[in-house]
Ligand binder design. Sequence first.
Ligand code: NCD
Length: 308
Amino acid sequence: MLKGRHLIEPMDFTNEELEGIFDLADDIINNPKEYAHVCDGKILATLFFEPSTRTRLSFEAAMLRLGGRVIGFSEPNSSSVSKGESIADTIRTVGCYADIAVTRHPKEGAPKLASMYSNIPLINAGDGGHHHPTQTLTDLLTIRSVKKRLSNLTIGLCGDLKFGRTVHSLIKAMSRYENNRFILISPPELRIPEYIRKEILQKNNIPFIEVEKIEDCIDELDILYMTRVQRERFFNEEDYVRLKDSYILNAEKMTRAKSDMIVLHPLPRVNEISYDIDNDPRAYYFKQARFGMFVRMALMAKLLGVVE
Ligand code: NCD
């Protein structure tokens, strides 16, 4: 049962619980009218302490499409946080007004702390460079829908693997399915953090290699997950400028990829995917964004207990 639970990191739910969310998302995609009022009278609070457009709008659209309503703030200066309120007090207060809440915070662990004080389901929509579990639900639903499986896949993750929280969450989640293999493509400075390498990949004997060029491995991949260099998490602009265009996926590189490889990207894209592949049938990033809204509908319906 997911009713009343929080989602703070990808491992909070079992694979069976995830299956239940994906099955419900599929049903919502096929029968949207049946779900248009399941959240009538419910209120979602969006507590965004860090800027976000798509994730916040995706949650808002999801709740509106379920018949519920939305309150919230999209930058901390417009809330009592600027008066010095703690996140624990913010969530306890919001729990008096709303039925479910979603938060994004620049500090790793802040949503976890908030969840310990929350009497309503709380969803982490990104904490610093740490985790982004609803992006992972989005990624998994997309992969499941297109590839028809979440196992036996060679997954290339490319770009900023150090600061990219979507990458950390996706590796964690995909490591729980059988026979997946990772090819980690990044400049040496932006490799995955040691705790992901040791605690998740090595500890569970998951095959992975670290390379520097897309060209060296693109022909082996079932999925190529591109990410932007996370400018806001760099300590100096010089490093960002030096690394920002490390990878640009273009039509020429795509000629070497399998005909059924899919390209994913959590968005926003900066330069890392050239516009010339947007019409390639293997480019899935905008469809992925749509899956994101449906999976958030399914997630909120389950956490609120309005759908079995
Ligand atoms: C991602 C994030 O916020 O981590 N974006 C998103 O949620 N759609 C990826 C990113 O910002 O690069």
